[in-house]
Design a protein around this ligand. Sequence first.
Ligand SMILES: Cc1cc2nc3c(=O)[nH]c(=O)nc-3n(C[C@H](O)[C@H](O)[C@H](O)COP(=O)(O)OP(=O)(O)OC[C@H]3O[C@@H](n4cnc5c(N)ncnc54)[C@H](O)[C@@H]3O)c2cc1C
Ligand code: SF4
Length: 503
Amino acid sequence: MPKSNNNNNHFPPKEKGFMVFERDTPHYKDKGERVRHYDEFLTDFDDRKMAEQGYRCMNCGVPFCQSGCPLGNIIPDFNDFVKDSKWEEALERLHSTNNFPEFTGRVCPAPCEASCVLGIIEPPVTIKLIERSIADHGFDDDRIKPEPPQKKTGKKVAVIGSGPAGLAAAQQLCRAGHDVTVYERAEEAGGLLMYGIPDFKLNKEIVRRRLRQMEAEGVTFKCNVEVGKTVDANDLEKEYDALLITTGSTQGRDLPIPGRDLDGIHFAMEFLPQQNRRVSNHPIEGKELLATDKKVVILGGGDTGSDCHGTSIRQGAKHVWSMELMPKPPEGHNVNTPWPLWPVILRTSSSHEEGGDRDWSVLTKEFVGENGKVTGIKCVKLNWEADAAGRMQMKEIPGSEFLLEADLVLLALGFLHPEHALPNQLGLELDPRGNIKADYGKYTTSKKNIFAAGDARRGQSLVVWAIHEGREAARTIDIALMGHSDLPGAYTYGYDAVELAAK
Ligand SMILES: Cc1cc2nc3c(=O)[nH]c(=O)nc-3n(C[C@H](O)[C@H](O)[C@H](O)COP(=O)(O)OP(=O)(O)OC[C@H]3O[C@@H](n4cnc5c(N)ncnc54)[C@H](O)[C@@H]3O)c2cc1C
Ligand code: SF4
């Protein structure tokens, strides 16, 4: 939206763009309409408006946004190309650091925008939206083609787990000329992009079109194969020159309080993938979970909890409550997390806007039920206070106990670590948190030529970090196999070829 009358086609000088144009983003479709389906719901935003948003980037001397982005995306460059509607150049620049901008452009929390210099005095540049539109333009204009390698190396790499970390690594390794096979236990590749993140946040056809590109480049996908169970990991170790483990952090945090064994209490990840499967017309194994006509309580206020919230509303829940143990964060601004840090502030997702209620500083004491089925949860309100060392301590508020009725309880309390069957079979060391032990930037595990990246190594994180680690691990593997690598890895401060050869 122009701040001043700017109806002619002449844009101001670049450095004044932010003085003329306000931050603008496409709207969400009406919530009454969007909760009736599982499609994405952003309204259209034309190229001229997008150019205006690109114009708002000041091209400042030190682009903090770029270091705020875990991928090191070259944000001022692509903002500038979009300002001039140079979509091809923008795509080329974006792909040079990010294999999958169509995913991050949809689901990334955009730490880049929190560190945008313009954000000090004005709403930041809408970087995530620009990224998404560059990627979507690329596919719509048929510019994103398979890029098979010019030369083959004869080396074979197995990637175990096909989430964003495994996919990014597989694409990089394939383009470096290695024969790459991705093993995935689910029936379709994509990890949490396919089974976990709801379709209304990320349409699965968007994942599939990228998988098709990778297959055309030469990546082999073997789905319905659980390494460690369906096939022995030690056989893969013998068959391949290198293994990369990207199996994610899938062990959900439980709540072992009285009544936990009642029927109707489930992990979020028992519930969410079922809805992905319904949308994709995949069969649902085991007990079907639906929020329809139920009083739903979601424990845990993060991304996963928010996804359960929006999914329950779409399924026609009678009521949805999202409860959080931690105190309500400040609204708008938090003095403890100033620019360019990620601001710890109250966030209201599109799912929260769609209905239901939220509450904070609530401790769940007990699940209660009848005839073996959950009917409610006993809760108490908390006071959070800093102790002498500045650590936040919780204290129950006397007399604040209450009972919340529930016939479906979803546990969205985070994830502990990866499952251990596979690393145990390979005899890999774990770190104190139960993740696969491999240093950040190096990705080498306790065994030669076995590498680990993504949530299985770093613990529960974000798509953008998974892509970053997958790209970096691919470079380390390439160096280990070939003695050098032409794969990009500007951020790698891991091994160089000499160190790796000595290992
Ligand atoms: C519900 C939910 C919503 C989220 N929303 C967001 C969001 O909006 N934005 C964001 O940035 N992040 C989000 N995240 C986090 C993000 O999805 C993860 O950080 C990211 O997917 C991790 O990528 P990964 O490749 O390491 O692992 P994953 O995506 O977890 O993929 C691991 C894959 O390995 C497979 N696998 C495991 N064991 C084996 C085996 N033995 N053999 C073969 N295959 C195996 C699994 O089936 C899975 O497909 C969300 C997470 C959840 C749970
Ligand atoms: S990947 Fe995320 S942090 Fe990086 S530029 Fe895109 S939205 Fe920003």
